[in-house]
Write a protein that binds this ligand. Structure first.
Ligand code: SF4
Ligand code: SF4
Length: 379
């Protein structure tokens, strides 16, 4: 794993400030960057990385970044601007820059939400030791471990249904999650890249304590983090929709659900280190009666939910989210299907204001399989 300093240093040594990544960047038009020349924006970034001099364009580029990976294929040098800008939040912090409220407060917010979410999730389990949040709880060995992820625990109803679906594949499945077992994304989002690396190592240790064969990851961003760091383990990891799509014939007969669903793809699934698009559609296609109405930007071309930019810049992020919601509304679907718990949180509130219901496609599958909802508002 490269240190944050090395990541910034190697980007600064290679980048030519050609500006191609700015030209394709979908958030630029929502920010003050739209009035600057792409090369000028990247010159300011390099000035910051090489000489520690901050400027408004560099600050805006870093904090508005959606980490959507749209720019990765555009860079002729195969650099990863989004990942580097995430790392650069730590550099700005070190230089004494005041962080935007959303970035500075993300970890306290997440900690408080996680504590509530864990209590609420655990209360619904028949065997409360099925969820491990602390290694002192001594995990029992398990063939399959569901890595709950922080945003997953905050979307407890979808996580619970997923666990029940997975019990049909492996009744001995156990769950790991909680603040001590964040993949590091919260720290990364909060401008603490060095802590993020430490956190990831702790998570790998926690998962290994189950001596599992397979770890199923509930959040596509966490799955991308594993693909990025490639830890040496005795177990393999997969994203939850890939895992479930591979086991659809073991789940029992699904009931019909009449619904027109538009599917929001997650950047970190469709443009991750190992890009994929099929399994969420395979899951929806396995539910009789479900019709899929695709949005204008779909699969590898999907628009981001706007979450990172909402945290970093507020309004430009909300405007970006609303662009995505307008695309969903244009399909005429009654449900907005999601499979990323972070996108679920970001899009959910805005969608409700526009009269669109957001639903986890795993909750929808669970409903068709007759899994009893653990919460009144199952979606
Ligand atoms: S496209 Fe690549 S080389 Fe060009 S400015 Fe962006 S990061 Fe630098
Ligand atoms: S990751 Fe997305 S938002 Fe960030 S710079 Fe690249 S294209 Fe722009």
């Amino acid at each position: 794993m490269l240190s944050p300093e090395k990541i910034i240093e190697s980007f600064a040594a290679a980048c030519t400030a050609c500006g191609l990544c700015v030209e394709v960047c979908p958030i630029v038009s929502e920010t003050e960057l739209k009035d600057a020349a792409p090369g000028e924006v990247m010159d300011e970034i390099l000035e910051l990385f090489r000489h520690g001099k901050t400027g408004p364009l560099a600050r805006s580029r870093i904090y508005s970044c959606l980490f959507c990976n749209t720019c990765v294929p555009a860079c002729p040098l195969e650099l990863n601007p989004g990942f580097t800008f995430g790392t650069a939040k730590g550099l700005l912090r070190k230089l004494g820059e005041v962080q935007p409220k959303g970035v500075a407060g993300i970890m306290d917010y997440a900690k408080a939400r996680l504590e509530e979410s864990i209590i609420s999730f655990r209360a619904r389990l028949t065997d409360q030791t099925q969820l491990i949040t602390d290694l002192h709880e001594k995990p029992k060995p398990a063939r399959t471990v569901l890595y709950a992820t922080c945003f997953g625990l905050m979307q407890g109803q979808a996580l619970y249904t997923t666990l029940k679906i997975m019990e049909r594949i492996d009744p001995g499945v156990r769950v790991l999650g909680g603040y001590d077992f964040c993949c590091g994304e919260l720290q990364f989002l909060g401008g603490r890249p060095a802590e993020a690396r430490h956190q990831f190592a702790k998570l790998v240790e926690g998962l290994s304590a189950f001596s599992p064969v397979e770890v199923v990851i509930f959040c596509p961003t966490c799955k991308m983090t594993f693909d990025h760091h490639r830890p040496q383990t005795n177990w393999s990891w997969s994203f939850v929709t890939d895992y479930i799509a591979d086991h659809l014939n073991e789940l029992g007969p699904p009931d019909k659900i009449d619904a027109n669903v538009t599917l929001h793809d997650s950047c970190h699934y469709v443009r991750g280190i190992e890009p994929a698009t099929d399994s969420p559609r395979k899951i929806l296609a396995a539910i009789p009666g479900v019709q899929i109405s695709e949005m204008k930007n779909k699969k590898m071309d999907a628009l981001c939910c706007g979450g990172y930019a909402i945290t970093g810049t507020g309004r430009p992020g909300y405007r970006f989210r609303d662009r995505r919601l307008a695309q969903a509304g244009d399909t005429g679907a009654d449900l907005l299907g999601v499979y990323c718990p972070g996108c679920h949180m970001t899009l959910g509130a805005g969608a409700a204001q526009k009269g669109l219901e957001t639903v986890s496609i795993l909750s929808l599958l669970g409903k068709s399989l007759g899994i009893e909802p653990a919460w009144a508002d199952n979606f």
